[in-house]
Design a protein around this ligand. Structure first.
Ligand SMILES: Nc1ncnc2c1ncn2[C@@H]1O[C@H](COP(=O)(O)OP(=O)(O)OP(=O)(O)O)[C@@H](O)[C@H]1O
Length: 310
């Protein structure tokens, strides 16, 4: 029998006044996967995450987290779900060791405090008051707090904001290590490189609606290859060979194709026959960032009734 989804939502909606902050979201997160939830500021990520964590009520839709509606979460479910909140308010006069020791008492089978301090690379700072730690170090304490209860599912909301590049790499290793332990991770991040490095699957939310969802390869254009070159000076757009998907934007030509060998053979054959150069020819895959920027920059479909008055 297949394991039930770690997270499943259908038609999830949250309205503030007249406005849908989350407008009918379907999500499926499988146990043990790292799922990255991406979207621009104000897209509806925090609202969705807080509903999944049981901290915010939904207006409509179905939600199951570890098989339970978060509205009905009790201590047993809470112990299975770890959260790193975006603006964690920790007791700054306490040390990481004190906070972790206190937090551990809430869980039936917590990790050891020293183990957690080592995991987030704070073994040497465990007894320092939080007010004397840097922003990135405090964030690491928050990550350790989310993990100490040995959760099955962890929500990491922008876990590496404020980290220097080395600390971020270390955090990625920690997060990837959690996957090895079978922990499901729901990651919210503005760093697309972070999602690309860590995630098994991603979803992009924009204006409360999911605009892309799938594995990294699926969202980043499947197996499409992007061919780009500069239009040679003596060539007009109409002179180019007719290839499906060929786009000319000013002096740049681009083509996304599933058959790069055939497309390149046509283009190179055409250029060689004319004795011209495909200037600055590049052949690569669109990165997650390329695709994300296209998804969030595309003109929005205005909601019904939002147009100008007749
Ligand atoms: N308590 C609230 N009352 C009214 N509107 C709200 C409330 N919380 C959020 N919103 C609105 O809902 C929309 C989605 O907000 P949300 O915080 O979920 O976005 P986000 O994707 O997490 O953004 P960010 O990346 O900036 O954290 C925004 O337009 C926001 O202004």
């Amino acid at each position: 029998m297949s394991r039930p989804a770690a997270i499943r939502t259908r038609g999830l909606r949250r309205t503030y006044g007249e406005r849908d902050a989350v407008a009918g979201v379907d999500l499926d997160v499988a146990p043990g996967e790292i799922f990255a939830f991406l979207g621009p500021n104000g897209a509806g990520k925090t609202t969705t995450v807080e509903i999944l964590e049981g901290f915010r009520r939904r207006t409509a839709g179905e939600v199951e987290v570890l098989g339970v509606d978060p509205v009905d979460f009790g201590p047993a479910e809470r112990a299975r779900v770890g959260c790193v909140l975006q603006s964690g308010e920790l007791g700054v006069r306490h040390s990481a060791r004190e906070l972790l020791a206190l937090w551990a008492t809430y869980f039936p089978d917590p990790h050891g405090v020293d183990e957690m301090l080592a995991l987030v690379d704070l073994a040497d700072h465990g007894d320092v008051r939080l007010e004397r730690l840097s922003g990135g170090q405090r964030r690491r304490v928050e990550v350790a707090l989310a993990l100490i209860g040995r959760p099955d599912l962890v929500f990491l909301d922008e876990p590496t904001t404020g980290f220097d590049p080395e600390a971020r790499r270390h955090a990625w290793d920690v997060i990837a290590g959690l996957r090895e332990l079978g922990v499901t991770i729901f990651l919210t991040t503005h760093y697309l490189e972070e999602a690309e490095h860590l995630a098994d699957r991603v979803a992009v939310i924009r204006d409360g609606a999911i605009v892309a969802d799938g594995t990294l390869a699926e969202v980043a254009g499947g197996h499409r290859t992007r061919v780009r070159f500069g239009l040679p000076p003596d060539v007009g757009a109409g002179d180019l060979p007719s290839l499906r998907g060929l786009r000319v934007d000013g002096a740049r030509v681009a083509l996304d194709t599933d058959e790069p060998t055939a497309a390149l053979a046509r283009l190179c054959g055409w250029a060689a026959a004319r004795g011209t150069e495909l200037v600055d020819l590049r052949v690569d895959r669109p990165t997650l960032e390329d695709v994300y920027l296209e998804l969030v920059a595309a003109p929005a479909t205005p909601p019904p009734g939002d147009g100008p008055p007749p």
